[in-house]
Design a protein around this ligand. Structure first.
Ligand SMILES: [Zn+2]
Length: 165
């Protein structure tokens, strides 16, 4: 999936956490959570040379290249998610779950892609939700439709928070 699709998925994930914690939408905490969602959603693609995240976090991207970490392996795995969860435990629950949900949204929607994700890395077997003929190809019309659906969801979800405005 493209970076803009992952950004929207991270945003939707952050909105879900805001709703779960009954956080007023017009608050600094929610603003920070929405920003975190947008930034963390595409983060796992730091393993892809030339991606926006790889360019922004160039030293980390170089390190992954030196270690020969392939795309959609380590940074897209459940193992990495568990390690991230462990590292973030000092954070307050609200921010902890915002980051975890936004990060997890990445491999979750990549599972819709035809190339699949090495979810159980270091095992190299790749998983995907959909059979290859109907899986969403990166940059395809299906991805545009999927991204539009996420955008609509990102607009609709705050109305679920209407009472707390
Ligand atoms: Zn990815």
């Amino acid at each position: 999936m493209l970076q803009k699709t992952h950004t929207l998925a991270g945003l939707v994930a952050a909105e879900c956490v805001i709703i779960y914690y009954n956080q007023p939408l017009l608050s600094w905490e929610s603003g920070a959570a929405l920003l975190i969602g947008c930034l963390v959603g595409p983060l796992a693609d730091i393993d892809k040379r030339g991606s926006t995240m790889a360019k922004i976090l160039l030293p980390l991207s170089w390190l992954l290249q030196i270690l020969r970490v392939k795309h959609r392996t380590l940074t897209h795995s459940l193992l990495f998610l568990v390690l991230l969860g462990y590292l973030l435990t000092p954070l307050p629950d609200f921010y902890y779950w915002t980051i975890i949900a936004a990060y997890a949204s990445h491999p979750l929607i990549d599972l819709l892609n035809d190339q699949g994700v090495a979810l159980l890395w270091p095992l190299n077997r790749k998983f995907r939700f959909l059979p290859k003929p109907v899986a969403i190809d990166t940059g395809s019309l299906q991805e545009i439709i999927f991204r539009t659906t996420l955008a609509v969801l990102a607009i609709i979800l705050p109305f679920a928070l209407w009472d707390s405005f």
